[in-house]
Design a protein around this ligand. Structure first.
Ligand SMILES: [Mg+2]
Length: 192
């Protein structure tokens, strides 16, 4: 079985700028590509797990979520790396578009997407990690049996200040994605 690092998308890999309707607004966070490359070079799969409720909210259709994810992948490829697989949840229980406005198993902190990744990519979740900027990312990681890292980028500072969601109990609080990956490599005994 493989080990993986699961990455949230907005505020983790790309800058948090709200719901993106213009592809040019999708910009990589500093060191995002370097961090993903580093974790892959050390034998981990890099997997995206993202809540994208835009379709449920009627902001845009599901195709647009795929377009944004593909653009993200393109930006990473331009810098010499890529995500091994990308999973998203388009749902929201109290959305306005009926087909997406459901209680699902895949919206973080639920673990449906992690279980799908486990099955499709043969991942050992107990040896894997979650990195994200929201309390729900931390909870999702823990719910799936992983160590979870909260970032100070994106919504992370608001979460830590108690201004957004509840304060979670992450295994580590990282300055950014690069600090998070370095912490993982230390826990794994790869870095001193
Ligand atoms: Mg996020």
């Amino acid at each position: 079985m493989r080990k993986a690092v699961f990455f949230d998308r907005d505020g983790t890999i790309n800058e948090e700028v709200g719901y993106i309707k213009d592809l040019n607004k999708l910009k990589l966070i500093k060191n995002a590509s370097k961090s993903i490359k580093k974790i892959k070079d050390n034998g981990f799969l890099a997997v995206l797990v993202t809540n994208q409720s835009g379709p449920a909210r009627g902001y845009y259709n599901e195709e647009w979520v795929k377009t944004l994810n593909n653009k993200l992948q393109e930006l990473l490829m331009n810098e010499g790396t890529c995500l091994d697989k990308m999973y998203y949840c388009p749902h929201l229980p109290d959305g306005i578009i009926p087909e997406y406005s459901i209680e699902c198993e895949c919206r973080k902190p639920n673990i449906g997407l992690f279980l799908k990744a486990k099955k499709e990519l043969n991942i050992d979740l107990n040896s894997s990690y979650m990195i994200g900027d929201k309390a729900t990312d931390v909870e999702a990681g823990h719910n799936a049996g992983m160590k979870s890292i909260l970032l100070k980028t994106g919504y992370g500072r608001d979460v830590l200040d108690g201004k957004y969601q509840s304060i979670p109990n992450p295994d580590y609080i990282a300055e950014d994605i690069n600090d998070a990956v370095d912490w993982i490599l230390k826990v794994e005994g790869i870095y001193e």
